[in-house]
Design a protein around this ligand. Structure first.
Ligand code: NAD
Length: 272
């Protein structure tokens, strides 16, 4: 253990099971000495989250639906009851009606557009407001205080990926929110960044049409000729949340085996 996160405490939001991106990040943070709390959505998930949390030395679990501002207030009040301050937050939450994660974007309904933006974008702003209020005050003389927050995004924010549809529009807004939050919170030495992960098979991803095709396409065409893992994402999360990234904010950091730099199908990529 390098102790990169020794003495730091934080909240992980969006752990559903052992395949979650949040799990890759939580494990890396734990390996490096962080103390973790977890928020989960509803009783059904608690059964899955509790044993995973125990594996990384945590019994601090908080039920929170991020579309409910009262639930968010209550979650942060519970956090504050036990910990006076926190140093980091991981926001690994997104949601849309899976019926609109296939077919054409042009057919997006108003209700699902608003729900997707609420759960996948505004929730990060709402979390940032409450988390920033719990981060230690910054002392410019000693350079102490502040904190770090990350959210998870995808290339569908920057370019059109079939079936990603309204979620791509939400991720664009999320990446822009990261920049605005970075400016607002920077004076308090609070850094705000996004990890843009390549496709990984998770519960949320299974709702996206033709996801297996997207994974194959990435594997064949990414510079590293493979898909990324939750461990790859965890390493980047650790970097952004630790002091190693002390000069980094407002950034969308790609962890996608390099896929985002590619402009055309690789010459050696098989047909799929
Ligand atoms: P996941 O299903 O493991 O996690 C999604 C989480 O969002 C779940 O824990 C779920 O409970 C939570 N959530 C949804 N609605 C919520 C609500 N109203 N309140 C509280 N929590 C809620 O899937 P994942 O792939 O690990 O997703 C985590 C993040 O990573 C998402 O933002 C996703 O868009 C992003 N991401 C995923 C991939 C991928 O390929 N899997 C790639 C890039 C980005």
């Amino acid at each position: 253990m390098s102790g990169l996160m020794a003495g730091k405490r934080g909240l992980i939001m969006g752990l559903a099971n052992h395949m979650s991106l949040a799990w890759g990040i939580a494990q890396k943070l734990h390996e490096h000495g962080a103390e973790l709390a977890f928020s989960y959505q509803g009783d059904a998930l608690e059964k899955r989250v509790r044993p995973l949390a125990a594996q990384v030395g945590s019994d601090f679990l908080i039920d929170c639906d991020v579309s409910d501002m009262a639930a968010l207030d209550a979650a942060f009040a519970t956090l504050k009851d036990r910990w006076e301050t926190i140093d980091f937050v991981v926001h690994a939450i997104g949601f849309s009606d899976k019926n609109e994660l296939r077919g054409r974007f042009v057919d997006t309904s108003l209700d699902n557009f608003l729900m997707t933006m609420n759960i996948s974008v505004y929730s990060f702003v709402a979390v940032a407001q409450r988390a920033a209020a719990m981060m230690p005050a910054y002392d410019a003389e000693t350079g102490t205080g502040g904190g770090s927050m990350i959210t998870l995004t995808y290339l569908g924010a920057e370019r059109v990926i079939p079936h990603y549809n309204v979620m791509g529009v939400a991720k664009s807004a999320l990446e822009t929110a990261v920049k605005y939050l970075a400016v607002d919170l920077g004076r308090d030495n609070i850094r705000v960044n996004a990890v843009s992960a390549g496709p990984i098979k998770t519960l949320a991803a299974s709702g996206i049409g033709d996801f297996r095709y997207i994974m194959k396409w990435n594997e064949y065409n990414a510079p590293l000729k493979r898909n990324v893992t939750i461990e790859d994402v965890g390493g980047a999360g650790l970097y952004l949340l630790s002091d190693l990234a002390s000069g980094v904010t407002g950034e969308t950091h790609h962890v996608d085996a390099g896929y985002h730099v590619v402009g055309m199908k690789a010459e050696d990529a098989p047909d799929i």
